[in-house]
Design a protein around this ligand. Structure first.
Ligand code: PMP
Length: 443
């Protein structure tokens, strides 16, 4: 494709023309700040508006460590404490950095097989298959699951990788308003009864796609209602657990664990290793028949490089820690820490009078800024006070619901969170972000 004169892809011009030039320049300050070092409890970010910053050499003098609320390091496995990253280092010595081939050629090693079995056991399914990228998992797997004779019913706030995947597969797509179970039921009823006899459904397959935890909203899929609808209307239920696996539920097994629902009630449990496991890549877990089919069929297994062995080791080690199979009760402690930290930050912010979206157990905490100019202001003020955050606005959110998404980590201490609350309190006053006098009570 020919890029427009400004050198950006076409979708970028919508973004660029929405924001006035001066604001756009300030927004550049918040996004794509290169980091240096491990994105753990602290992260070192380059200051893109410093006079010393150079896009090629990235030099901007001494980089101070910022308290990190910007990486999806929910259980704190990204940083080298404990045995996780050490195991990955050892794995590089043994297996090198790449398997130099796709899974269905010579790119599968014993680590892939062992870890897939471990993932399946963890999420409670027959089998699982892993891919080297989370986005690529969703983008590719639907082409093997559905075609133009199938209907996919998708939540309006589903991640772009799901939207991309289902459209690429050429399935008919219907979208229901976020978490609106009545509307979903209406779509199901209409779709099933479309001018056909009682015994013949108009679609070869119907798949309903949702996310376990919506990272922009911090809220959960209504899994109990979805499971009841699945029983009634007999469709395949697909749940993307990118943000919930490892981070939600008593034993970290995601939304099924959280709601006390058997994983057998969900047909496909997809997830990524980028968040709770401090690694990279994605998986899908399901009944044996589905996984056997995906293994053979998904193009990336035939034409794309397999997941690097050291990354697989990182996943394997962090999973075994979460499952309590190694390192004593370290896994349990991490799960307790993320649960405490999420609630402590969330309730602290609410008490200060901020508008926070989502459920109290969500490790991603969306704090509403509303007006777009407050995004660069909030980001910069946090940066100057030693905290790294991610702000989000149009087109990723509605026009006037810009927000900052604070990602909590088990690697943060209570004192870190107290410091963050004090800083937010100060910035909230300066930017007029407090919309109420705050809640009372809570923890
Ligand atoms: N699904 C969801 C719901 C996500 O939020 C993301 C990315 N944050 C992905 C899939 C893609 O995962 P990855 O970043 O691991 O490629």
């Amino acid at each position: 494709a020919v890029l427009p004169k400004n050198g950006y892809p076409p979708w970028y011009s919508a973004f660029e023309s929405f924001y006035p030039r001066r604001l756009k320049k300030r927004l550049d300050d918040c996004f794509a700040r290169p980091i240096c070092g491990v994105p753990g409890r602290f992260v070192r970010c380059f200051d893109r508006i410093s006079p010393d910053y150079n896009e090629t050499f990235l030099y901007s003098g001494e980089l101070k460590p910022l308290l990190n609320l910007s990486s999806y390091n929910y259980l704190g496995f990204a940083q080298s404490i404990g045995s996780c990253t050490d195991a990955a280092v050892k794995s590089v010595e043994e297996y090198g950095t790449s398997s130099c081939g796709p899974r269905n050629q010579i790119g599968t090693c014993n680590l892939h097989k062992e870890t897939e079995a471990l993932v399946a056991r963890f999420v409670g399914k027959d089998d699982a298959v892993m891919f080297s990228m989370g986005f690529g998992t969703n983008a590719n797997l639907f082409t093997s699951l559905v075609n133009s004779k199938c209907l996919v019913i998708s939540d309006s706030l589903n991640h772009s990788s799901i939207r991309f995947g289902i459209r690429l597969a050429g399935a008919a797509v219907k979208v229901f308003p976020h978490n609106d179970m009545e509307k979903l039921e209406q779509i199901l009823r209409e779709s099933i009864s479309q001018g056909q006899s009682k015994t013949h459904r108009p679609w070869k397959k119907i798949v309903v796609c949702v996310e376990g935890l919506y990272s922009m909203e911090g809220n959960l899929a209504d899994l109990p209602a979805l499971v009841a609808l699945r029983e009634k209307y007999k469709f395949y239920l697909f749940v993307d657990e990118a943000h919930s696996i490892g981070a939600l539920g008593k034993s970290g097994r995601g939304v099924c664990d959280y709601f006390g629902i058997s994983p057998s009630k969900v047909d496909m449990l997809m997830g990524t290793f980028t968040k709770s496991f401090g690694a990279a890549g994605g998986y899908v877990a399901a009944d044996q028949e589905i996984i056997d089919r995906l293994r053979l069929d998904i193009s990336t297994n035939v034409y794309g490089e397999s997941m690097p062995p050291a990354v697989v080791t990182q996943i394997n080690t962090s999973l075994r820690i979460i499952m309590g199979e190694i390192n004593g009760d370290e896994g349990k402690q991490r799960l307790q820490r993320i649960a405490f930290n999420s609630r402590y930050l969330r309730l602290g912010l609410k008490r200060l009078g901020f508008i926070i979206y989502g459920v109290d157990d969500s490790p991603v905490v969306p704090l509403l800024l509303y007006a777009p100019p407050k995004m660069p202001a909030f980001s910069r003020m946090m940066y100057e006070r030693g905290v790294a955050v991610v702000v989000v606005g149009y087109p990723a959110t509605e026009l006037i619901s810009s927000r900052v998404r604070l990602c909590v980590s088990a690697s943060l201490t209570k004192e870190d969170i107290d410091r963050i609350l004090t800083i937010c309190d100060d910035i909230g006053d300066k930017l007029y972000l407090k919309f109420s006098s705050g809640i009372s009570g809570g923890e």
